[in-house]
Each structure stands twice: as C-alpha cells, then as structure tokens.
Design a protein around this ligand. Sequence first.
Ligand code: G3P
Ligand code: CA
Length: 320
Amino acid sequence: MHTARAVAITLFCIVGLSLAVNAQRGPSTKSRPWLIAHRGASAYAPENTVPAFQLAAEQGADYVEFDLQLTKDRQIVCLHDNSLERTTDVEQVFPDRFRKTGDGAQATQRWMLSDFTLAEIKRLDAGTWFAPKFKGTRIPTFAETIDSLRGRSGLFIEVKSPELYDGIEKLIVAELEAKGLARPGADPKTPVLIQSFSAPSLQIFTNTIGTKLPVHFLVSVRDAAPWMTSDGLAKMKAFATGLSPEKTIVSNQPELVARIKAAGFPITPYTFRASAVATGYTDVTAEMSHFIDGVGVDGVITDNPDKMPGRAGVVPRYDP
Ligand code: G3P
Ligand code: CA
C-alpha cells in the first residue's frame, strides 16, 4: 500500500516537473493559444511605448512584443525602425542631425537612432505622431519597459537589426539578470522569450551566452524557403526553440505546420491586424481563429489584442 502510494507520488512529481520545464521553454500545443501584443496594443496607442504596453496588458496579452536597439551611448531602448523620423518629432528637435542616404530622386534624410544618446532620445515626443492625446510620451528604455509590464504580462523581446549593434545580446541578458529575469520561470507572471530575424544573433544567445530562455526565429516570406526544408529545420534546432513566421508562410502551405511541430517548434505567426485583414475573413478575429483552430498555431502576434478569439469581455481598466 505504502509502496503504491510512494510510486504514485513519485510519478505525480515527475509529470509535474516535466510540465513545468516545458512551460518554461515555450508554449505547449495543449495550452491555450498565446496572445502576443505586437509593439504593445499598437492599433490603439503609439507602438513601442509604455501606454501601448500597459493597454496590451489590460487587454489580456500573455506577452507584449517590442523591438530593442542601442543608442549612441549603448543604452537599450524600444524602437522598431533604425531611424527616428517616423515615430518621433526628431526633425523639429534636431533639424540638422540627419544622414543623407541615396542620390537624386532617391535621396532621403534619416535621423539614425545610433547617432543619438539616451539623453537626446529622451527629449523626443514619441506619441503625438499617433494621436495628440499621447503628446509627451517618450521612447522607453528596456528597463522602463520591464518595469511597466512586470507581473502583468510576459516579455516577447525582438532584437532588431543586431548586425548594427555589436554586443547587444550580452547587454540584453545583463539587463534581464539585473532584473532577475534571465532564467526560465524566474517570475511566472513575467515569462521572457527572445526572438530575432537574425540567426547569427540567436546563435549568440543560445550558444555563446548559453541562455536557457525560449528563443524564436522570425522568418519572413522572402527568407522562408531554405529554412522550411527538413535540413533547414534541423539547422534551426541548433539555435531556436520556436518559430515566428510571417503568417502567409503557413497560410500558403498549411502542411508545413505538421512538419514544423514534428521538429518540436511552437509556432507564433505575425502580424494580425484589424486594419489589414487577409482576403476571405470577415474580420481579424475570424482570421486569428482560423490560424489557431484550423491551421493549429500556438499563438498569434497581433496589433489588436482585444480582438483575440475567446477573450471577448476583457474590459481594460487602463484607457490611454
Ligand atoms: O513579432 C513579429 C514582428 O514584430 C516582426 O516584424 O517588423 O513588426 O518587427 P516587425
Ligand atoms: Ca517586432
């Protein structure tokens, strides 16, 4: 009797431990699909800013996705583009600090993030371009981003253009260590995942630094073909635990999903937008629903967290 009980308890512990370990490395195919807010709730607030992050958390995002790059003085900040003019008032604040790229009719002026210190970046308004009510919103540092989401949502960290920022991987992991988040499961309310379009950067995280955090490889339609072969998936195994494909990769070839899953990768496609619903769907909820239930993906990356299928009725307390 005692032996049977001991065996049952041991089995219970082994199964529990195994589930916990799997949860730390990525979504289980049996868990509810991940709601990943793209650049925050970026349909409703300026992308990659604290108001967008907080709204996403209020709308029930399991993770908030954001883009990390470095300033001239090597501070980690959230910004999608490599330059500042689309999402800030840099042209007014620093009118002469542009670089000229291209010639003739192709010539453009760009205010590159890497030409500005954090103190200078903090003078910029990153909210008014989106809507006047966001006037005064600043570009957040990585540390400020973590503080705004801690205990409320997970961090879906995209390392953007790492080829421009030598050593950014070590700086990101150092900040996660400083915040006590560098290990899987360190804060169950704030899970952390790293993703990038750059295989060499993910190799640094996984193989040079040796992170045990889940790592997703972002793949665009343009770059997909060689990675979607058996050889490509095997190579990916060396540096990634999951795949974040452009959504049309899997909608054009749904048979790929079984192969990607057989290779052990959770799939979190991007980007679902109410403003750009794919042909054939009534709205973005229907589109996401098809990907989750029909195609069988593990999560969706969306500008509209409030439109996630099955999550209706979540009323945000926070209204920017
Ligand atoms: O998370 C996926 C998505 O963010 C990748 O594309 O250009 O929006 O960073 P992008
Ligand atoms: Ca991104």
